[in-house]
Ligand binder design. Sequence first.
Ligand code: PSU
Ligand code: MN
Length: 294
Amino acid sequence: MVKIAEKVRSALAAQEPVVALESTVITHGLPVPVNLETARRLEAAVREEGAVPATIGVLEGEVHVGLADAELEALATRNAVEKASLWNLAAVVARKQWAGTTVATTAHLAARAGIRVFATGGIGGVHPVPFDESSDLLGLSRTPVVVVSSGPKSILDLAATIERLESYGVGVIGFKTMYLPAFHSPDSPYELPATVWSEAEAAAAWRAARALGLESATLVFNPVSEGIPYRQVKAWVDQANEEARAAGIGGKDLTPYLLRRLGELSEGRTDAVNLRLLEENARLAARIARRLVA
Ligand code: PSU
Ligand code: MN
């Protein structure tokens, strides 16, 4: 049911640094063929920083912790692929389906495999549409793992998302920033409860969380380099939301629509920033993972 790749298994046994990577960004977040190129680039970035990558996904009902290149390619190019969040993961496995795993699911699977550090682009959170709240929030409140991201996805209600992280008791840390990074933007008006100024400090915060018996994730928010100003992205998001509302687009179609419109309104800038932040987060996660085994 769960297959841990030999490279990952031996790295964990030898106490070498391992970084988990999610696969919803491959199956649902990015278009073909950028998705496969990006997945490969992220694995290479983790290796360059001296850690072992473990991309997690579901292939024909088998959870893979660590994918061989041919498996990565199969997941990235296949047509009928589910998005496995916490509410459908078990059914996807039982029915032998294929799926990309969300942040909540990847974090859970990584933690169970003994992986302590996980890199992603943006976490899910509270949407402006009532009652659409990502299970990333609750999932991260009960999963002990370091999660490196560039903040919540731009299309979310940031104020509500940061409040929810506090309510659920998720560990929240800014990496060299005192303000919540907002995915495409390196900052936002929302203050963070804590800041670390180095990889060693991030690792120390994780060790403290473990020593104190905290079961929640430690979120490390890493502002993207050369991002887009917060006001600018917010204006695009507001415009795209307004257009979606006018066109009657909602539900599952809303997020892909908004991301596509952001790409158009920004003339491709948001897409370029998205790829850069993914790689920057993979690199930071690898450096933190190295501090954890040192
Ligand atoms: N950020 C992106 N694109 C994505 C995601 C995040 O820019 O595709 C994925 C992540 O896997 C995240 C998931 O965990 O979306 C959240 O989905 P939902 O809001 O349905 O829980
Ligand atoms: Mn949702």
